[in-house]
Design a protein around this ligand. Structure first.
Ligand SMILES: NC(=O)c1ccc[n+]([C@@H]2O[C@H](COP(=O)([O-])OP(=O)(O)OC[C@H]3O[C@@H](n4cnc5c(N)ncnc54)[C@H](OP(=O)(O)O)[C@@H]3O)[C@@H](O)[C@H]2O)c1
Length: 179
């Protein structure tokens, strides 16, 4: 998929947030092939108050809009029920999210998936919040390769599996290298 242009005035940084298995898998049959309660709490904290951009299949998988965040959903299909904001292209989605961030004072636009949206936006991202899930599940959706020439690791936290987590994880923040 082609990457939408962002103009130089689009100053709000774009961040991708994803849970990625050791084999790259992020999804299976429209859902996620694990249960990770600790990670869901971190996802909520990191995205709260920020505009979130997602593909229609990810929105369907959520079941309902994420509270406390402007949910911007990219689709070529039918309008989605409010409060979701339906957009017809990724370019329109990023412009809407940037404008929302500006008007609400949010410091990031969060890209929350799925595979098609991550692949089309990773080249625009300033930051990646990646939960590396220590498992190798079967799946049909993957995260694009994180190129070390483009991103450097700026923090890393090892998280043992808690009572309500299927797997141990490592939470890593990657920052785009300065050119
Ligand atoms: N592990 C994680 O962190 C994580 C996060 C998010 C999602 N996921 C998983 O990822 C899977 C879903 O990912 P996916 O790649 O199959 O689907 P997706 O990216 O969520 O959604 C794809 C849909 O978005 C719309 N779309 C995409 N690009 C568009 C464009 N340029 N213009 C207009 N519409 C566009 C289309 O919707 P229409 O068909 O309606 O036109 C397309 O079918 C699920 O299994 C989900 O659980 C995992």
């Amino acid at each position: 998929m082609s990457t939408p242009p962002r103009s130089s005035v689009d100053s709000t940084p774009l961040a991708l947030i994803a849970a990625v298995a050791d084999n790259g898998v992020i999804g299976a049959d429209g859902g996620m092939p694990w249960r990770l309660s600790t990670d869901m709490k971190r996802f909520r904290a990191l995205t709260m108050g920020k505009p979130v951009v997602m593909g229609r299949k990810t929105f369907d998988g959520l079941g309902r809009p994420l509270a406390g965040r402007t949910n911007i959903v990219v689709t070529r299909g039918a309008l989605l029920p409010e409060p979701a904001v339906t957009v017809r292209s990724l370019g329109e989605g990023l412009a809407t999210a940037t404008e929302t961030a500006r008007s609400t004072g949010a410091d990031e636009v969060m890209i929350i998936g799925g595979g098609t949206i991550y692949a089309a936006t990773i080249s625009l991202a300033e930051r990646l919040y990646i939960t590396h899930v220590h498992a190798t599940p079967a799946g049909d959706t993957v995260f694009p390769a994180i190129q070390s020439a483009d991103f450097e690791e700026v923090s890393r936290e090892e998280i043992p599996a808690g009572e309500r987590d299927g797997h141990a994880t490592t939470f890593v923040v990657y920052q785009r290298r300065k050119s």
